[in-house]
Design a protein around this ligand. Structure first.
Ligand code: SF4
Ligand code: SF4
Length: 184
């Protein structure tokens, strides 16, 4: 008796799910269709600003980036996508300073997790939404992000030398006392 009950219960459940599926299909049949004619619509294509397509260094209007070559992004990247090369440069004040030489990014191994962006203390990184990254060989996916010339080190303001104190004037010679003709 119980097996007959189970049979009809499962038939009822099957019909219910079939009706639900037909309902979704019917709704999609009457929904207006949107077809992106890519690449013909490349000029008008709108990609979300938040889409993570490729890691980039932020550049200001003068072509300077803010990366100081600290290596934190490289350390935080979980799969070795970032490779930094740094160099020591001489400053005008005679001191030395570490500076970014080459910033390599392997788009082919990036998981777009954003750990590099969020951990950068200089806010020097961001993701672009340039999604067209197809290439024929994987080595073309390794990109140098600091492709613009490095800014020259800021000149150090040299304090003006204190003016030399004027030399003391030689003591004026004592004028000879006039000779009294009576004393002669
Ligand atoms: S991008 Fe940021 S975290 Fe990475 S080396 Fe440059 S300053 Fe450091
Ligand atoms: S997004 Fe993630 S995987 Fe990609 S470079 Fe940054 S830390 Fe590495």
């Amino acid at each position: 008796m119980s097996s007959i009950k189970e049979y009809f219960a499962s038939v009822g459940s099957g019909i219910k799910s079939l009706v639900r599926g037909m309902e979704v299909t019917g709704k999609e049949l009457v929904t207006p269709k949107i077809t992106e004619c890519y690449p013909e619509n490349r000029e008008s294509l709108k990609i979300s600003d938040r889409f993570r397509a490729e890691l980039t260094l932020k550049y200001d209007d003068e072509g300077h980036h803010k990366c100081i070559g600290c290596g934190i992004c490289q350390m935080n990247c979980p799969n070795g996508t970032i490779t930094l090369q740094t160099k020591m440069v001489d400053l005008p004040n005679g001191k030395k300073k570490r500076q970014l030489d080459k910033y390599f990014y392997d788009l082919g191994s990036c998981t777009f997790c954003m750990l590099c962006v969020t951990s950068c203390p200089q806010d020097a990184l961001e993701f672009s939404n340039d999604f067209e990254q197809a290439v024929f060989t994987r080595d073309k996916l390794v990109k140098q992000l600091n492709y613009r010339p490095e800014p020259e080190p800021e000149p150090v303001a040299v304090a003006p030398a204190p003016e030399a104190a004027p030399a003391p004037k030689p003591a004026a010679e004592k004028p000879e006392a006039p000779v009294n003709p009576e004393n002669k």
